[in-house]
Design a binder for this molecule. Structure first.
Ligand code: SF4
Length: 696
């Protein structure tokens, strides 16, 4: 354990991706205090309200402390406490039975936001078991950015805040509120103090917007059009990096023709951002060298996520900001075990052909099943039946688009096992529920496999309750029952050592270092070219035909579709207090925000006769929920910001904790999804409002 006086050094996790270095004070196996670690590589002392409340999870009355077996009907809330041996036997018997009857692919392994190594151990288990189906929400988080990057420039362009940038664009990313894939605000604030200019692209006025040189308050879901607007200004005014474009890009002429297909006036119309502001911001980004573009995951929340991500990589490229310090870099990994080896990809060579989404011809390299297609396999047996699921760190009833469809899919499964730290609406529908250990209770490695070129030490600081177990340990034990024992370790320490083995460090030595970072290498394309078929940044994709992709980013014809019956535009933003559907049960956080709130502009509120604090019906063509009105001019008229991820742990398990009442995904639909990633529409949906007078 790495100690700084009597404070133990570790890294935050599970409250989100994790990443902030923290110091934890412990006495008698109890956490007494938590504070930010000034030496934290990413946070430099910053700590958010979620982490401040993190210790409250450990002894919370809602904490699951026993394996449970369902003894009533699904969702009836009748459970029997069972031993670990019985729980693992029930799970393995059921999964093996389904494998025998329908094949291994009829078993899905589901993960929410990855928290640590558990995600990769789950993939390993699926691979060794023989199922190609690991279901994850990468369709709306990470995959469009990473995979579009790989296809366009050969790497995932990570924002570099460790070297100075002249200009930073936060494009749909509010680093004061969320740790966007391991990037929190500290390094950016430091840069702002030394004079870096900021451009904010966000439908709501964030704290960063107040400090920005330009704030572009775009309409939700119009990022692709705005990116094309930026490209147009920069190309038309010849502000791009001409040497880079000439030597290192493929398809600049075609890109030029594409962006000129639209007038800037029409782009201003679609996005709601005045032409002049688009011009000024584009000029500012193009003139800076280097400039960093921090892209948040709202750009991945529409069915044209691929085109939006592609357009932004093209923007980074033509301005010469790819692979330069202070721009968007290729983050090189330290000497650690490669992902493919860790997950034993070699044991399932036909995975790509057999994954559920192969049937839909999704983009190559998408290795997790989009939830929409998982549900179709369960409900309609397309392309083949899926009969069972093992889920960890996930709450699909709240987290997947189209919650009603998710409910039906979960109910239809022949067998469902869930590992979690409390009873969630999803766990309440399971056959077996396992009590997981939480972040402070086991040794882990953070940031493995997310492409940021860094791994973080997360040593355990206290023991878990007697019967709670780390997910890695559960999977290691399940693996021994489901597959050949030779693939598994004596205990889960084996996974940590395997990852670190190439570095030559033991886990203890790694903990003493705190983190491992890959080498800084910039502008490697100058000697080796880009890792694409043409060796250049592919503004036009050379393999577009082969993979049935669009050659260039495309603005869909129905982009600015307007539904007169649902004339308002619905969106949501990540909370500073909660992670997706997690932690409404932690009193410290809930006190700060007791109820879900929908932000409405004063003019819209007036039009719909809604007063501050009214309970409001929010309705789309898909469904209706209620949230408390907060009238605010930080958003534009006509835009509605509903809170995401709400359920009510204080309500009864028999009503599944009122999972429908205020759940944003009751409003979303998976009827139309992007072909590349199966991404549904989560942002920019048509909606309408009405007051719910009786509930004031
Ligand atoms: S931003 Fe995330 S990693 Fe950082 S302290 Fe908060 S919850 Fe932890």
């Amino acid at each position: 354990m790495n100690k700084s006086s009597d404070w133990i050094k570790t890294h935050c996790a599970r409250m989100d991706h994790g990443g902030c270095g923290i110091l934890v004070k412990v006495a008698a196996n109890q956490i007494k205090a938590i504070k930010g670690d000034p030496d934290g590589y990413l946070n430099q002392g910053y700590i958010c309200p979620k982490a401040m409340a993190a210790a409250d999870k450990l002894n919370h009355p809602m904490r699951l402390k026993n394996p449970l077996k369902r003894i009533g009907a699904r969702g009836q809330g009748k459970w029997q406490k069972i031993s670990w041996n019985e729980a693992l036997s029930i799970i393995s018997e059921n999964l093996l039975k389904i494998k025998k009857e329908y094949g291994a692919r009829a078993v899905a392994f589901c993960q929410g936001m990855p928290k640590g190594l558990e995600h990769f151990v789950l993939i390993r288990l699926a691979n060794i078991f023989g199922s190609p189906n690991v279901v994850a929400v990468q369709d709306v988080c990470h995959a469009p950015r990473e995979i579009s990057g790989l296809h366009t420039c050969g790497f995932y362009p990570v924002t570099d805040f460790h070297y100075p940038s002249q200009v930073v664009i936060l494009w749909g990313s509010n680093l004061n509120a969320t740790n966007e894939e391991g990037l929190i605000c500290s390094l950016l604030h430091k840069q702002l103090l030394s004079g870096t200019d900021l451009i904010i692209i966000d439908p709501q006025k964030t704290e960063f917007a107040e400090k920005a040189k330009f704030w572009l308050q775009l309409k939700p879901g119009t990022d692709l059009a705005l990116a094309i607007g930026f490209l147009q200004v920069i190309i038309q005014e010849k502000l791009y990096n001409q040497v880079f474009v000439e030597k290192f890009t493929h398809g600049f002429e075609e890109l030029t023709r594409m962006v000129h297909r639209f007038s800037l006036t029409s782009i201003a119309d679609i996005t709601g951002v005045p032409e002049k502001l688009i011009q000024q911001s584009a000029r500012c980004y193009a003139a800076a060298m280097p400039a960093a573009l921090q892209w948040g995951n709202p750009i991945e929340h529409t069915y044209f996520a691929f085109d939006a991500a592609r357009a932004l990589v093209c923007l980074m490229a033509i301005c010469g900001n790819l692979d330069v310090a202070g721009g968007n870099i290729w983050a090189h990994e330290p000497d650690i075990l490669g992902l493919g080896q860790f997950v034993r990809a070699d044991l399932i060579p036909d995975k790509r052909k057999n994954m559920i989404h192969a049937f839909y011809h999704t983009i190559p390299r998408l290795m997790t099943v989009p939830p929409t297609y998982f549900k179709k396999a369960v409900l309609e047996e397309i392309p083949y039946p899926v009969k069972a699921a093992y889920m960890q760190c996930t709450n699909p009833l709240l987290g997947y688009a189209d919650s009603q469809g998710t409910y039906e899919a979960l109910k239809k499964l022949d067998f469902l096992a869930v590992s979690d730290i409390i009873m969630t609406p999803t766990a309440a529908l399971a056959d077996v529920v396992l009590p997981a250990a939480t972040q402070f209770e086991f040794d882990d490695i953070g940031h493995y496999g997310i492409g940021h070129g860094i791994i973080l030490a997360r040593p355990k600081v206290v023991d878990p309750p007697t019967l709670c177990r780390p997910d890695m340990m559960i999977l290691n034990d399940l693996g021994k029952r489901l597959t050949d024992e030779k693939y598994w370790y004596q205990d889960s320490r084996g996974f940590l050592e395997a990852v670190l083995q190439p570095s030559g460090l033991s886990y203890e030595e790694f903990v003493n270092k705190g983190y491992l970072k890959g080498p800084d290498r910039f502008e490697t394309y100058k000697s080796r070219g880009f890792k694409t078929p043409t060796g250049k940044v592919e503004l036009v994709l050379s393999r577009a035909k082969k993979f049935n992709l669009s050659e260039l980013p495309v603005l869909p014809a129905d982009f600015a579709g307007f539904d007169p019956e649902y004339p308002l535009t619905l969106t949501s933003a990540k909370s500073r207090l909660f992670l997706h559907s997690s932690y409404r049960w932690l009193e410290k956080l809930r006190k700060k925000q007791p109820e879900p709130e929908v932000k409405i502009h004063p003019q819209t509120a007036k039009d719909y006769q809604i007063n501050q604090g009214d309970m409001v019906n929010i309705e789309t063509r898909q469904g209706c929920i209620i949230q408390r009105a907060r009238i605010s001019d930080i958003i534009r008229p006509g835009v509605v910001y509903a809170d995401y991820g709400w359920w009510f742990p204080e309500k009864s398990e028999q009503e599944l904790f009122a999972w429908q009442q205020s759940n944003y995904n009751i409003l979303t639909t998976a009827k139309k999804v992007g072909r590349e990633f199966g991404t549904p529409e989560l942002k920019g949906l048509g909606c309408r409002l009405s007051p719910l007078d009786s509930m004031k």
